[in-house]
Design a protein around this ligand. Structure first.
Ligand code: HEC
Ligand code: HEC
Length: 212
C-alpha cells in the first residue's frame, strides 16, 4: 500500500514536472510594445509614440545609441515627421529610450537630472486650466490623418495654415470646419466630424493649425 502510494506520488510529481516543462515555451521577444520603465519619458512615449507606428521601430535601432543620439532621433520625430512632442518631451523620451534600449544607465547624472526636472514641471492637480492641444491631437486621432509638414489622408497643417492664415476670422471658421468635418475642399477624402470637441477646444486646435 505504502509502495503504491509512493509511486502514485512519484507519477504525480513527474506529471507536474512535465507540465512545468511544457509551459516553458520561449516566446519571441515582444518588440511591439514599449519596454516598461519608471522614467517619466516612458509614460509620455506610451501616450504619444504609438500614433503613427509600433514600437518595433525603436527595437530595430542600433543597440548602442546613447542619450544624445536618442534625443536627436526624437527631435527628428518631432521636426520631420510631426510627432506631437515638445522640446522637454523629446529630452525625456530620449533619456528613457537611451536607458531602456541604448547604452545609458538610469543612474547617469544627465538622466537623473532630467527626471527631477520633470517632477518639478508636473502641474499641480487642478492647475491645468489651459487646453492641452497636443493631448487633443492625440486623443482625437488627428495625427492618424494629418501631419505638420506632409499630406497624409488629410492636408498637412502647414498647407491648411498657408491657405487660410490671411483670412479674417480664419480660426473661427477652421474651428467650425474641424467640428463639422467635410470633404471636397482638399480632395475626395473625407474628414469625420469632430463634434465631441467643445467650441474652445476646436478653437485651440484651429489656432494651433494656423500657427504651423
Ligand atoms: C506623426 C507620426 C509619428 C509619430 C507620432 C512618431 N513617429 Fe517615429 N517615425 C515616423 C515616421 C514617418 C518614420 C519613418 C518611417 C519610415 O522610414 O518608414 C518614423 C521612424 C521612427 C524610427 C526609426 C528611425 C528613423 O529615423 O526612421 C524610430 C526609432 C521612431 N520613429 C521612434 C519614435 C518614437 C520613440 C516616437 C514617440 C516620440 C515616435 N517615433 C513618434 C512617424 C512618427
Ligand atoms: C480620418 C481622417 C481624419 C481625421 C481623424 C482628422 N482629419 Fe482633418 N481632415 C481630413 C481630411 C480628408 C481633410 C480634407 C477634407 C476636405 O477636403 O474638405 C481634413 C481637413 C482638415 C482641416 C482643413 C479644413 C478646411 O476647412 O479646409 C483641418 C483644420 C483639419 N482637418 C484638422 C483636423 C483636426 C484638428 C483633427 C482632430 C481633431 C482632424 N483634422 C482629424 C482627415 C482627417
Amino acid at each position: 500500500m505504502k509502495r503504491a502510494l509512493t509511486s502514485v506520488l512519484m507519477l504525480a510529481a513527474s506529471l507536474v514536472t512535465a507540465v512545468a516543462t511544457a509551459r516553458e515555451i520561449t516566446l519571441p521577444a515582444d518588440t511591439s510594445t514599449l519596454r516598461v520603465s519608471e522614467l517619466p519619458g516612458y509614460a509620455i512615449a506610451r501616450h504619444k509614440c504609438g500614433i503613427c507606428h509600433s514600437a518595433d521601430y525603436i527595437s530595430y535601432q542600433a543597440p548602442a545609441m546613447n542619450q544624445a543620439q536618442w534625443t536627436a532621433e526624437m527631435l527628428k520625430m518631432q521636426h520631420s515627421y510631426g510627432a506631437p512632442i515638445d522640446e522637454d518631451e523629446t529630452r525625456l523620451i530620449g533619456a528613457y529610450l537611451a536607458v531602456s534600449y541604448g547604452s545609458a544607465d538610469k543612474d547617469d547624472a544627465s538622466v537623473v537630472a532630467l527626471s527631477a526636472l520633470a517632477q518639478k514641471a508636473e502641474p499641480a492637480p487642478g492647475e491645468a486650466g489651459e487646453i492641452d492641444v497636443q493631448a487633443l491631437l492625440v486623443s482625437n486621432t488627428c495625427l492618424a490623418c494629418h501631419a505638420i509638414e506632409n499630406k497624409v489622408v488629410g492636408p498637412s497643417f502647414r498647407e491648411v495654415a498657408a491657405r487660410y492664415r490671411s483670412e479674417a476670422h480664419a480660426s473661427s471658421r477652421l474651428a467650425e470646419s474641424i467640428r463639422a468635418g467635410g470633404t471636397g475642399k482638399w480632395g475626395p477624402a473625407a474628414m469625420p466630424p469632430m463634434s465631441a470637441l467643445t467650441a474652445a477646444q476646436a478653437q485651440a486646435l484651429a489656432q494651433f493649425v494656423l500657427a504651423q
